[in-house]
Ligand binder design. Sequence first.
Ligand code: HEC
Length: 366
Amino acid sequence: MAAIGTTVKQHYVERFGAAERMEHIVLIISFSMLALTGLPQRYANFQIAKDFIELLGGIESIRIMHRFFATLLMAGAIYHGGALTYKIYVRGSSLNMLPTVKDLRDLIGWVLHNLGLRKEHPKMGRYNFGEKAEYLALVWGTLVMIATGFMMWNPIATSKILPAEVIPAARLAHSSEALLAVASIIIWHMYNVHIRRFNRAMFTGKMPVHHMEEEHALELVAMQEGTATPVVPAEIMARRHKRFWPYAVFMTILLTIGLFIFVTFEDSALDTVPRQPVEASVDINPDQGNAEAGAVKWESLQCGRCHGETGQGVPPIPAIRSTRLEFELFAADIRRGPADMPAYGPGQASEQDIADLYAYLRSSLE
Ligand code: HEC
């Protein structure tokens, strides 16, 4: 990093290198495209989401796009892990993204300053409390999205290890975390970085000195004193390089294999399997139904929970007491489960049970 000279009046200091800026661009692309292909899936009940999904070629095609950008995001995360290890281990940078007690003091000082209760603005280092919070939220959010994304992407593998209930839970967590992330990018990130003052540092790599004074005063001083980046003697640097690279290559290969397995292991959640038509015809003759046995079944299957205690109906749920439905249609409704009604397979209601229920509903109540 080029520190600014003590006497030369430079207007800009260098803040981000080319690799960091590139990483940010990859993140912008993967994040926005994931939101764009993910949120319509979350809101698939809305017509506008349906239209958008159609526009992108249908649900299977939008799923494939979502997976492509998820893979890009994960590759970016692997790279980030390596770059971070390099900065900390080889270049000897401090863990300057971790929050400290000073951040809490800065936050309080900043609030007081904005309320006009304190004159001076807090002096902050390379990353201020807002940037740290956002970075940690990004790291945490990405880990949650990768873990829950894995469960939805590989549901069969997941349900072999964990109870299958985690899959709908993962889906809820995935789509809620997504909403949170998009909302915080729009509200917090856009406001702080683009609206309050347009901060181009992530694109140009440079930050104006007056801007540094406000947001990173301590780093600016360190740059002027030449202490912003630790000075590591050449031979120590060489030794660290020698240790770092074999480790980095090994980890990259390992994680890339992991990513490959993640992405290719299963494609069961890609196609929407058309609903299997339920075999709804029954062979039994309704005359074989027994009203008393039907009353017992009515209780045990809890039909009355929706249709009213005796089947009298609870609007908008139709009455089925004294139903005029043909037996065939009655049986088909129970097997298929129209609208919000659950479908009852032969395991829950045998043909005899259906005939009994029919007889019970058509009998007169005492
Ligand atoms: C979770 C609530 C719920 C439960 C439990 C339920 N039903 Fe229904 N049922 C409904 C709803 C809602 C409809 C109306 C669907 C529609 O609008 O087409 C319905 C419709 C029906 C119909 C068709 C009525 C008609 O006139 O078209 C029959 C027959 C029926 N239910 C029988 C049963 C039986 C027998 C049981 C118990 C084994 C049962 N239902 C349990 C909610 C339920």
